[in-house]
Design a protein around this ligand. Structure first.
Ligand SMILES: [Zn+2]
Ligand SMILES: [Zn+2]
Length: 343
């Protein structure tokens, strides 16, 4: 089958690889759509996220959907022929964390598109059938691939324990930030403030539930958010950026005894933290690691029209042009929000 492999920073090539055969518990997916994620950008441009380093050529991509072509002997045969959103990351399901339901932090979780596990920029993928979620007919393949980032946004707001009317700051208005704004709005947020370094993202943020968005290139995020909240700070500060600076900004804009949820991936092993401010304010700081048990809710919210993933998909490329898709996202060209690779 055809696949696209990463060989070196900015070097991805179409290659021929063996078509996978599903194991007894697996489904074979004919992949229709793979989203390009901000986390993919770290691998694409640097070959690493923190200490996780690509050492062999690797197929990237973890946000994907497709049609189940066949299933192994122990998998549900009713899946065959269905379009499914695939929850990436297969946990061991045996360790303490898995047994506690915290399977997203399983230490032996196999995540596609993260070394050494091949991802979804390919014609087929064999995956644990329990992690394939059928979507209604009205959901397109590219929308089904957006279930994965939406699941991240749902997990973010779940961890935040957002209460009706609470003020929220979202740092980073890419697809994850704009999905998080929509989920926060649905969950009853009060005023939502947002910041981003890209003017076009600031301009579209209102469509997704952000009340006031600011360009962090031209204003001071901390000053502005504190001023907009009369010096108090927000109840909930959420980092959805790809930056080492935003966790510190989240601490500065949260109110005393407020909460920070850190969802963005800086790509670095260490970051800066204003430990004195965080301590004096007695902040609750929570990291978000992907998602757990959020896929079905994400599908239901898209199917019922309560979350808009469609308008976030601004670009589409064929598999052969995957590198162009990654280049576009890496330089944030053409007002890109979400790019999908469609086949
Ligand atoms: Zn992702
Ligand atoms: Zn486990």
């Amino acid at each position: 089958m055809k696949a696209v492999k990463w060989f070196a920073p900015h070097d991805m090539r179409l290659v021929e690889v063996p078509k996978p055969a599903p194991k007894p518990h697996e489904a074979l997916i004919r992949i229709e759509s793979t989203g390009v994620c901000g986390s993919d950008m770290h691998y694409y441009t640097d070959g690493r996220i923190g200490k996780t380093i690509i050492t062999e050529p690797l197929i990237l991509g973890h946000e994907y959907a497709g049609i189940v072509e066949s299933v192994g002997a122990d998998a549900n045969p009713a899946l065959v022929g269905k379009r499914v959103a695939v929850e990436p990351g297969i946990p061991c399901l045996k360790c303490e964390h898995c047994l506690r339901g915290r399977y997203n932090v399983c230490t032996t979780l196999q995540f596609p598109g993260g070394p050494p596990y091949d991802g979804a920029l390919a014609e087929y993928s064999a995956v644990h059938a329990a992690f394939c979620f059928p979507v209604p007919d009205a959901i397109t393949a590219a929308e089904a691939a957006m279930i994965e980032p939406l699941a991240v946004a749902l997990h973010t707001i779940e961890l935040a324990h957002l209460m009706p009317g609470e003020t929220v700051a979202i740092l980073g208005l890419g697809p994850i930030g704009l999905l998080t704004a929509q989920v926060a709005r649905l969950a009853g947020a009060g005023r939502i403030l947002g910041t981003d370094l890209l003017g076009y993202r600031v301009d579209v943020a209102k469509r997704y539930g952000v009340d006031a968005a600011y360009n962090a290139q031209t204003i001071d995020s901390v000053e502005t958010i504190l001023r907009e909240t009369n010096g108090r700070g927000v109840d909930l500060a959420i980092d959805c950026a790809r930056s080492t600076l935003t966790p510190a900004i989240a601490c500065r804009v949260a109110r005393p005894a407020g909460r920070c949820i850190l969802t963005g991936i800086s790509g670095e092993e260490y970051g800066q933290f204003p430990v004195d401010i965080a301590r004096r304010k007695e902040l609750t700081i929570t990291w978000c690691r992907r998602f757990r048990f959020n896929f079905q809710t994400a599908i239901d919210l898209v199917a019922s029209g309560r979350i808009d993933v469609r308008s976030l998909i601004t670009h589409s490329f064929p598999l052969e042009q995957s590198r162009d898709a990654f280049e576009l996202v890496s330089r944030a060209g053409e007002n890109v929000l979400k790019t999908s690779v469609d086949q």
